[in-house]
Write a protein of this length. Structure first.
Length: 364
């Protein structure tokens, strides 16, 4: 397994390590519920260094990113972040990503660790049409950069102590290049928890220094280490998609409720545009929905979704017992006629049909 630059820190602080997409990462420290509550109420520190960062450079950078992503890159300005996805040319999704604009000739894509090789090959293949080459206009910077997330309502108070100018009120989905704890960094007001906070990109050589500074600054704000288990419950309560579960190469952004990042702007000829315009006009046959269990139980990935009479209508893509709500919640694909909020469906759990209600997300 691969190690992030903070592997020894996780081991020293009692992280229960697990294999996640080929990386040794902490699944939990003191327990998922405790870590979940810490992020919702105070603050938590995540190691996100396993994610992949790709730089797209040069005079054709903007047109390349506009081609390979569904969102409208022309709306970005320097210091702005955009959530988007990369269509695969077959109606599905290569990956969901964050797009960072530094200048008209410099963009950074933050992509999922499990998709590193696939995403890099896709970007390089599409970049060829714009005269872009790996190692020059296209750069995989993942091995040089660590990424930490400080999340929760008190997160920015912690980070503010380590920056020499005001950052607490930075707008959501913006970033700046600055020093954090004396380390050259990108400070990004983004996250995967829905509880506020930021993500910090820095050079690997500064990882330990940054980690220690955050811990010292966060002591008075109840900062805790957060593992993958709580990351999943936090993101699911907010209805954030997880690639490989809720979206993949077989799911359309329109089926997945990602129409809001699929822009059919004039002049934006992105991959699969024609296919998606037809799908939008015709209507999708299945939809990703949120559901909350009426009966007691825990939905899990892959469980069948059925009508209350027992006819199969889809499957669970993500599920958990919500630490905030104390009920089972999940995401899953169902046929379009069963996707309306308020519809009562059933989750098959070990041969039993447990009633659930389709609801709008976020759940909290």
């Amino acid at each position: 397994m691969k190690h992030t630059p903070l592997y020894q820190e996780h081991m020293a602080m009692g992280g229960q390590m697990a294999n996640y997409k080929g990386y040794a990462l902490p699944n939990q420290y003191l327990g998922v519920e405790d870590e979940h509550r810490s992020v919702r109420e105070k603050s938590g520190l995540f190691d996100r260094s396993y994610l992949t960062r790709v730089l797209i450079l040069g005079p054709n950078a903007a047109v390349c990113v506009q081609r390979i992503t569904t969102n409208d890159v022309s709306k970005l300005f320097p210091g702005k972040v955009q959530y988007s996805c990369m269509p695969n040319g077959r109606g599905g999704i290569v990956d969901d990503i964050l797009v960072y604009k530094f200048t008209d000739e410099k963009y950074m894509l933050c992509v999922n660790a499990a998709n590193t090789d696939k995403d890099w090959a896709h970007i390089c293949r599409e970049g060829e049409a714009f005269g872009m080459r790996p190692g020059t206009e296209l750069e995989n910077a993942s091995d040089d950069i660590c990424q930490l997330a400080v999340q929760g309502p008190l997160a920015m108070k912690i980070v503010q102590k380590l920056v020499d100018h005001p950052v607490e009120q930075m707008p959501y989905y913006t970033f700046e290049q600055t020093e954090v704890a004396g380390c050259e960094a990108i400070l990004s007001i983004t996250g995967y928890t829905g509880s506020g906070g930021c993500e910090i990109y820095a050079y690997n050589a500064d990882a330990d220094r940054l980690w220690e500074a955050l811990w010292k600054a966060g002591e008075e704000y109840g900062l805790k280490n957060i593992g993958l288990g709580a990351r999943d419950t936090l993101r699911l309560e907010k209805g954030f998609c997880l690639y490989g579960n809720d979206i993949d190469d077989t799911t359309s952004p329109l089926e997945a409720g990602l129409g809001w990042i699929t822009k059919f702007a004039e002049g934006k000829e992105f991959i699969d545009r024609d296919r998606m315009e037809r799908l939008k006009a015709e209507g999708v046959k299945r939809k990703l929905v949120g559901f909350k269990l009426i009966d007691r139980g825990i939905p899990r990935h892959g469980y069948p979704l059925k009508t209350v009479e027992g006819a199969e209508i889809g499957h669970v893509t993500s599920g958990t017992m919500s630490p905030s709500l104390k009920v089972g919640i999940g995401l899953g694909y169902v046929t379009a006629e069963h996707a309306a909020p308020g519809t009562v469906i059933a989750v098959e759990v070990r041969g039993r049909l447990l009633k659930a209600e389709v609801v709008k997300y976020p759940f909290v």
